[in-house]
Each structure stands twice: as C-alpha cells, then as structure tokens.
Ligand binder design. Structure first.
Ligand code: URA
Length: 231
C-alpha cells in the first residue's frame, strides 16, 4: 500500500517526519530508482531505498526472543530494564510499536514473541484459540501427588478470579520440577496455580509457545520469524 514518503520513513523508525524532509533534501532517498524530492510523494515501500538500501521490514516484524531474567515486558521506563532495549533502536521507534505477545514476569526467562502486528497479538493471546504454552518450573516444596489431576480438571479457582483456570497439563520431571502446559495467560498464572497447591515457584522458564521452541537461541538474543509463521 502506498503511503506518504515522510510518513513511511517515520513509521518504520528511520527518523521523524521533520527529519525525513532533510534526508530527502540531502538526496538520501530514492523511489523507483529516482532521487526523491517530495516528502508527500505517495510511495510503495518496495520501491523505496534509503542510502541505497531497501526499507527495513516494511511489511512488519515477528521475532522470537530468549528472554533473560531481570527484564520486564513493559514500555514504561520506570519499571526497569526492558526486553525492548535488546532490539535495534530503529525497531523501537516503529509505529505501530513492537510489543510482546503476552508477557513474561521480570523473573521468568524463555521463549517470548514480539511483533508489530496487533491481529497476531490478539490471535495468539486469546484463550479462545487455545495456543499451548509450556513452562518449566522448579518449586520450593514437593509437588502434591494429586496436582496433575487438579490442574487437568479445569476447576482450580485462583484468588480474586471468578472463572476457574482452563484445564492444564502437568508433567512431573522430579519431586520439585515439572512442565506445565497452559492455553491461557493470566497474570502470574503458573506461580499462582502452584501457590494454590502450597508450592512456591523458585525458577520459571517458558520452553515452548505453540509449535515454537528456542533451539540454540542464547538468553538475551532474538531471531526473526516469517510473518506467516502461525498461518
Ligand atoms: N506464569 C507466571 O507466573 N509467570 C510468567 O511469567 C508466565 C506465566
């Protein structure tokens, strides 16, 4: 879809609309092989070059990150170091903004998706779509023997909520370690579910989101995914 050149550059995080005029005046922008001279020129993203380079992901971004401990999934600078600070500056200036698809707590690590596609955020976070997410937890006490059955039943009521948790699958990995598969994403859900059974989560790591796994991605690193990764 064609857009004003200055708006296109600003929305992709290159510069402000005001600065776009300067970039154009400096001859840095080409459209269809011609040096551009009008910030208002309607331009198709595929035809634009900045300093001879094609535009940076004009169709949108979908990323997988291995979230490290100690970072928040918030754009509010007051909440501490964020996962967004691990991304290139230009992506952090994009509009629509790049956001996380659901959140992981500051002290949770693992697979985190980020995108600027709001429809994808909605689709992958809506409990209606039942996208499975797998968390590996270590606990401060032995997991009760009936935990698997309690989580699977879909009747567990968390404090302050009016709807029980959807059925969740628990796979024990040891007396104090397990993987839990959720199809919804309530606030601190894994911690609160275990807490309801009398165990506190000591470490929490998301190992899977839908069909995706982290593979060799190191903590703090991200990689791009195709926009149609989820069909
Ligand atoms: N459940 C939690 O308690 N924390 C997370 O970060 C994700 C799921």
């Amino acid at each position: 879809m064609s857009r004003r050149l200055d708006q296109l550059l600003a929305n992709l995080g290159y510069c402000s609309r005001r600065e776009a005029r300067d970039w154009i005046d400096a001859g840095r922008i080409e459209v269809g092989g011609q040096i551009a001279d009008d910030p208002g020129q309607k331009s198709h993203p595929a035809a634009v070059r900045v300093d001879g380079e094609p535009l940076d992901h004009p169709e949108g971004l979908l990323l997988m990150m291995n979230k490290p401990l100690g970072r928040v999934c918030s754009h509010d600078a007051g909440e501490g170091p964020s996962v967004y600070e691990l991304l290139p500056e230009r992506w952090r200036r994009r509009n629509p903004v790049v956001t996380t698809i659901g959140r992981l707590d500051k002290e949770t690590s693992g697979l985190l998706l980020l995108t600027d596609q709001s429809a994808l955020v909605h689709r992958l976070t809506s409990p209606k779509h039942k996208v499975p997410k797998i968390y590996r937890a270590t606990l401060d006490a032995d997991i009760p023997t009936d935990a698997k059955e309690i989580f699977a039943r879909g009747t567990l009521m968390l404090k302050g909520e009016t709807e029980p948790c959807a059925p969740a699958e628990l796979q024990g990995l040891g007396l104090r370690e397990a993987e839990l598969t959720l199809t919804e994403g309530r606030y601190h859900q894994v911690r609160r579910m275990f807490s309801a059974l009398g165990c506190e989560v000591v470490t929490l790591h998301r190992v899977r989101f839908g069909h995706l796994e982290l593979g060799e991605l190191a903590p703090g690193k991200w990689r791009e995914l195709p926009l149609n990764e989820f069909g």
